[in-house]
Design a protein around this ligand. Structure first.
Ligand SMILES: Nc1ncnc2c1ncn2[C@@H]1O[C@H](COP(=O)(O)OP(=O)(O)OP(=O)(O)O)[C@@H](O)[C@H]1O
Length: 312
């Protein structure tokens, strides 16, 4: 028995070219393990290969080479069991407008062969907050409700692993917090969660471990804590009370005067405490009207990782 929810080895995918478009090697030999019970972030820029990887896990895209084990079941040897172990909430809502939420969940459960006596339609509707819309036509649901229904559909067969593809892209704050609350609840119940997101901030908040994919390769896989530790770069932006210039700065702190007159200080949090920056601004006689921090984004991690010569 393995402790991994997912074991991927030597996974390759080349999309065949057609007409004038050349063949595209989307995954170039991925090795990746995802521990059971974790919330795992799969990050990368547009076109990195995240959707291809997720679609292979979901059984929607056929791999070109390599092996994939889902909950210990090899996809080629035990396709049925490996498919039953995973539920995927896709990026785009493709819902039949003539089905009601209750109907959609029922059809989906039927597709997965869940016997009527074991269906959890009411429980899932409750979880996704659509109990009062159970019998409304999908076409009358708001965008947010449709996305919630997609989450519900991914859960009908009680998978051990839930995959969320960009669940918060373009959603409002309310839906975002509802999604994250559900993710936490399901994870607390033992479900392994895999999610893709463009935002390191979001991954930082939610994920135990992170893999970053770029150009079809895993360029780093580590605990979120270690990954952010590697970055160790923060920016403090101070809005001064009066027009002023940058004060003299100690080694390791880079200052920049922004267009709106604010002063931005970039520093390594492991070496320089934020308090030291505030003190040096105060000591320079600059009145501080406002302070904010700029969160690190995935882009920053990429820059710091790809700038290194040695393998990370
Ligand atoms: N069906 C396809 N046919 C040909 N090329 C494809 C196909 N699907 C994806 N690709 C190409 O494979 C590469 C990886 O795409 P993929 O959608 O997996 O990336 P991604 O990391 O999910 O990006 P995004 O964040 O934009 O969803 C891209 O260069 C893309 O253009």
């Amino acid at each position: 028995m393995t402790d991994n929810a997912i074991e991927i080895s030597g996974l390759k995918k080349t999309y065949k070219g057609s007409g004038r478009s050349a063949a595209k090697e989307a995954l170039k030999g991925i090795d990746l393990t995802i521990p059971r019970g974790s919330i795992f972030g799969l990050l990368g820029p547009n076109g990195a290969g995240k959707s291809t990887l997720i679609n292979i896990l979901a059984g929607l895209v056929v791999k070109s080479a390599g092996s994939v084990k889902i909950w210990g079941f090899d996809q080629d040897e035990n396709p049925r069991q490996s498919r039953a172990a995973i539920g995927v909430m896709p990026q785009e809502p493709h819902l039949d407008p003539f089905f009601t939420p209750a109907g959609s969940l029922d059809v989906q459960a039927g597709l997965y062969g869940v016997p009527k006596s074991q269906r959890r339609t009411a429980e899932i509707l409750e979880l996704i907050g659509l109990t009062d819309k159970a019998d409304a036509y999908a076409r009358s649901l708001s965008g947010g409700m449709r996305r919630r229904l997609l989450l519900g559909k991914a859960l009908v067969h009680s998978p051990q692993i839930l995959v969320l593809d960009e669940p918060t892209a373009g959603v409002d704050i309310e839906l975002r917090s509802m999604l994250w609350a559900n993710v936490r609840k399901l994870n607390d119940q033992g479900m392994t969660i895999i999610l893709t997101t463009h935002y390191l901030e979001e991954a930082e908040e939610m994920c135990d471990d992170i893999a970053i994919i770029n150009h079809g390769e895993v360029i780093v896989r580590d605990s979120t804590e270690n990954l952010l530790g590697r970055l160790d770069r923060k920016t403090l932006v101070i809005t001064p009370g009066d027009e002023c210039d940058l004060p003299a700065l100690p080694e390791g702190v880079v200052g920049e005067k922004l267009g709106d007159g604010s002063l931005a200080f970039t520093y390594q949090s492991g070496k320089t405490p934020a308090d030291a920056i505030l003190s040096l601004v105060r000591d320079a006689g600059i009145p501080i009207r406002d302070v904010r921090t700029q969160e690190a984004h995935l882009e920053d991690v990429f820059l710091s990782l790809t700038a290194k010569k040695e393998p990370v």
